[in-house]
Design a protein around this ligand. Structure first.
Ligand code: KIV
Ligand code: ZN
Length: 512
């Protein structure tokens, strides 16, 4: 009988630590629901003690998700652990994931603690957590760069205290597959009680080897849990990517001989949802979920695929959620067809009122655009989920004029605290003029650190999806807006980012 490989998704915790990827709690819940649909085994929903916003997000997800285990990160101290346990109270299956750094460098320079103090604190934290929940994961942060003798001592003692999962992070993405695999193997062989815990890998992608390292940890080291994120989202170069690890293990079952609980046909919807929510665009040649992942451009390949699919395809596009028929709905499509398509795309709306609002937007879009693609629907519902009546700012209308040789000018009407206001400005281009017209009223003082436009379905007839990243007083937020008119999409994205800046969400870095 094959072993099961546990998929632990940390998009909402480690992924969110990526600068600019912060999400509000409704966005997190929406992604958590998609992860549940994917049948992810464990969802790390956040770091409850880091802020009230994170606490509420973990709590919301713990109360709503029933099929996946919900986990909160916590530093190795009683306050963090109690906060995590409190946020997880409503979970059907709860896990506390506690961590402390064990490398000489981190202990000395960051924690300013001696190895003996770290040893005691790790033990004490796991003991405390085990009194609150039955499922406790322990991570020695920067584990891969830690002294192996010290690590064995710490891990043996936390297993004795009842840690059920031992995760070995390559926090800075320094590992090499064979070395990392052997490192896990050595730990498991040397620690006398290692069979009492499930071993887990957690790899960062600084050298582009997070997936390879994780697979080596599984194959050579015998790990049976992989920590990963959708689209490989995460700090710096990101984390191990869920879609790549899952499809590698599934496609090469002959080699790994492991079972997975994942329902892979929801992978693409999850990837798009995370990309649209965070504004982190998926590169076209990204494995599994990139726009070109299953596109055959060269004549030889096309010919081969038409004659026998497996000449050039090792996976089936539909197995990860790509549909052959991309034009899905049009102007005459009714509410039921729209609702059905949402379900097929894995989008679950909370209430009939939400569906009605999204359907009204769909009709509006279908009046202006003859063919509506899956990407349009996903953009529309993600916009729906980021805008609501409680918002401080909302888009109403815009007109702009640009002509060769003249300075562009824009006038915009938007809501500001429930009232309609009108602003106008000139600018270097129509987008610049429109955003300046908004800023002239709002005076947020925020600095724009990213502006990007993406044609949602590839042609000039498609909607433009704009991402605006603003930074103010140390906070970085993303706003996303879509519209067939990219100037309007830009204004919507800017207002959406202002709404996020306006909502009070103080976060502290997890590894601070
Ligand atoms: O990369 C890391 O070390 C982490 C730990 C907190 C598990 O994310
Ligand atoms: Zn990490």
């Amino acid at each position: 009988m094959s072993d099961k490989l546990i998929i632990f998704d940390t998009t909402l915790r480690d992924g969110e630590q990526s600068p600019g990827a912060s999400m509000n709690k409704d966005e997190k819940l929406r992604i958590a629901r998609q992860l549940e649909r994917l049948k992810v085994d464990v969802i790390e929903a956040g770091f409850a003690a880091s802020s009230n916003g994170d606490f509420e997000a973990v709590q919301l997800i713990a109360n709503a998700i029933k099929d996946s285990t919900i986990c909160s990160l916590s530093r190795a101290n009683d306050r963090d652990i109690s906060r995590a346990a409190e946020a997880l109270k409503g979970a059907a299956n709860a896990r506390i994931h506690t961590f402390i750094a064990t490398s000489a460098l981190h202990m000395e320079k960051k924690l300013r603690m001696t190895p003996d103090q770290v040893f005691e604190q790790a033990k004490q934290a796991v003991r405390f957590a085990r009194n609150l929940v039955g499922d406790v994961e322990f991570s020695p942060e920067d584990g891969y760069r830690s002294d192996v003798d010290f690590l064995c001592r710490v891990l043996e003692s936390v297993i004795d205290e009842g840690a059920t999962t031992i995760n070995v992070p390559d926090t800075v993405g320094y590992a090499i597959p064979e070395l990392y695999g052997n490192f896990i193997k050595t730990l498991r062989e040397r620690i006398p009680n290692s069979d009492k815990a499930i071993w887990s890998v957690h790899c960062h992608n600084d050298l582009g080897m997070a997936v390879a390292n994780s697979l080596a940890g599984v194959k050579i080291g015998g790990a049976r849990q992989v920590e990963c994120t959708i689209n490989g989202l995460g700090e710096r170069a990101g984390n191990c990517s869920l879609e790549e690890i899952v499809m590698a293990v599934k496609t090469r079952r002959d080699y790994f001989d492991l079972d997975l609980g994942i329902d892979t046909k929801h992978i693409l919807a999850a990837s798009r949802m995370v990309s649209q929510t965070t504004g982190f665009v998926v590169q076209p040649n990204k494995a599994v979920v990139g726009a070109n992942a299953f596109a055959h451009a060269s004549g030889i390949h096309q010919d081969g695929v038409l004659k026998a699919r497996d000449t050039y395809e090792i996976m089936r596009a539909e197995d990860v959620g790509w549909s052959a028929n991309k034009i899905v709905l049009g102007k005459l499509s009714g509410r039921n067809a729209f609702k059905q398509r949402l379900l097929e795309l894995g989008v679950q709306m909370e209430s009939e009122a939400e569906i009605n609002a999204a359907f009204a937007k769909f009709k509006e879009l279908a009046d202006r655009k003859s063919e509506i693609f899956d990407e349009d629907i996903l953009a529309l519902v993600s916009e729906e989920s980021v805008s609501n009546e409680k918002d401080q700012f909302g888009f109403v209308s815009l007109s702009q004029h640009s002509e060769t040789g003249e300075r562009p000018h824009a006038s915009i009407v938007f809501t500001f605290g429930g009232k309609e206001v009108k602003g106008s400005s000139d600018g270097n281009g129509p987008v610049d003029a429109s955003l300046k017209a908004i800023e002239a009223h709002v005076k947020s003082g925020a600095e724009m650190v990213l502006y990007s436009v993406n044609a949602i379905s590839g042609s000039t007839e498609s909607q433009g999806e704009v991402t605006v990243r603003l930074q103010n007083s140390g906070r970085v937020v993303n706003g996303v807006g879509s519209d067939p008119d990219i100037v309007v999409a830009s204004a919507k994205a800017y207002l959406s980012a202002l709404n996020k800046l306006h909502s009070k969400a103080d976060r502290v870095a997890a590894q601070g």
